[in-house]
Write a protein that binds this ligand. Structure first.
Ligand SMILES: CC#C[C@H]1NC(N)=Nc2cc3[nH]c(NC)nc3cc21
Ligand SMILES: [Zn+2]
Length: 370
């Protein structure tokens, strides 16, 4: 059985070309992981997701514990069996979602008591219960249970929140069911305060994790402050372990973070935008709802292998959107996931050839042309 592991094949500055090995197969990095919150990447079949080159998808403890229930997914063979996704699955621990979705939350040292936003049922999430749920889901990569520091937060608030998350990280490590090919990632907290980020990174390294995530960025602090925080955080994390920037981001965020040593990304932008008629292109996003597309016979993108670009015109996509046809969000989501995978493939090739800075400069120049 494969042991969980991470190989670095090449570096270009701080950027790394690597591969994460899991029980359900490899993930080439830098990698973008489509979000599959409720055991589905919205508007996509697993086959269509796999066709884009995506190797790993995300699931969410919070959503799946509420519906259909973690024990039920476990009885049905785990998430891979349940949703027919045969590659690696990373599940978030519930910390972030319970903050953003749950009602009537009550925090304590033990964990978070809350009511379901679906039916008002009462639940308690603790580090131990989050580890149990992610084990029942059979996640290849489990995330530590953390307390998500609100933004903005004072240094005192960020410090108190981060230190609670570090105590929960230790409890997550102790409760994690260690199996060959399965890994547990810690999450660096500390808001936008370099000294707190450093304290958190050192605390996690002292506990020891299979990978290290950076949480609490892309929450409105702006790209420059996000990059500054990365500049002080990634060097403190072990070079032989994957680094995962949670919830990021638009293409220029991802490219800038790869240049600063980040290996893994997830974001709802490509899927959510696909459902709101926004298509990603090298020149920025295109709103297919706009009437200017109604007679445009050209494909969305000349050099994209997705079905939307191979088989249809902008005029047709515009028609589907205006007619509220389900095929519209399906094709645009497929294109957006393909676009993100093409950006990651371009980054991996550029790192392999030692030209990642030129790749980044070209991508930014293209986007600036609009
Ligand atoms: C503070 C903190 C934190 C992180 N903690 C956990 N468990 N999941 C996350 C998911 C995120 N999605 C986004 N989107 C911007 N940011 C995230 C941050 C976290
Ligand atoms: Zn396309």
């Amino acid at each position: 059985m494969t042991a969980f592991g991470f190989e670095v094949f090449a570096t270009d500055g701080a950027a790394r070309l690597g591969r994460v090995h899991t029980a359900h197969g490899p993930m080439d990095t830098p990698a973008f992981m489509p979000v599959g919150t409720a055991a589905t990447v919205k508007a996509m079949t697993p086959e269509s997701v796999a066709s884009t080159g995506a190797q790993t998808i995300l699931g969410n403890t919070y959503h799946l514990m509420l519906r259909p229930g973690a024990e039920r997914v476990g009885r049905l063979g785990g998430l891979h069996e349940f949703m027919n996704w045969r590659g690696p699955i990373l599940t978030d621990s519930g910390g972030f979602q319970v903050m953003s979705l749950a009602k009537l939350r009550k925090m304590s040292e033990e964990g978070v008591a809350f009511q379901s936003h679906i039916d008002g049922s009462r639940h308690l999430l603790t580090p131990e219960r989050s580890m149990e749920i992610q084990n029942l889901l059979d996640a290849d990569i489990t995330m530590a249970f953390d307390e998500c520091t609100p933004f903005p937060a004072t240094p005192e608030q960020a410090a108190e929140s981060m230190r609670l998350s570090m105590r929960w990280a230790r409890r997550s490590r102790a409760a994690f069911v260690d199996r060959p090919g399965y890994g547990l990632f810690g999450i660096v907290q500390g808001g936008v305060y370099p000294d707190l980020r450093a304290e958190s990174a050192e605390a996690l390294c002292g506990i020891g994790f299979d990978g290290y995530a950076i949480g609490g960025l892309a929450v409105g602090e702006g790209q420059e402050l996000m990059f500054q925080t990365l500049d002080v955080t990634t060097p403190l994390l072990p070079a032989d372990r994957p680094r995962y920037l949670m919830g990021v981001g638009k293409p220029s965020d991802i490219i800038g973070a790869v240049l600063r040593g980040v290996d893994m990304f997830d974001c709802v932008m490509p899927t959510r935008s696909g459902r709101t008629a926004q298509a990603f292109t090298r020149r920025g996003t295109v709103n297919l709802r706009n009437a200017r597309h109604q007679d445009d016979p050209r494909p969305l993108s000349e050099n994209c292998a997705c079905p939307a670009c191979r088989n249809y015109s902008r005029a047709y996509l515009h028609h589907l959107i205006r007619s509220e046809e389900i095929l519209g969000p399906m094709l645009l989501t497929w294109h957006n996931i393909q676009f993100y995978q093409d950006v990651m493939r371009g980054l991996r090739a550029a790192i392999a050839e030692g030209r990642v800075r030129q790749f980044a400069a070209q991508a930014l120049a293209d986007e600036a042309l609009g």
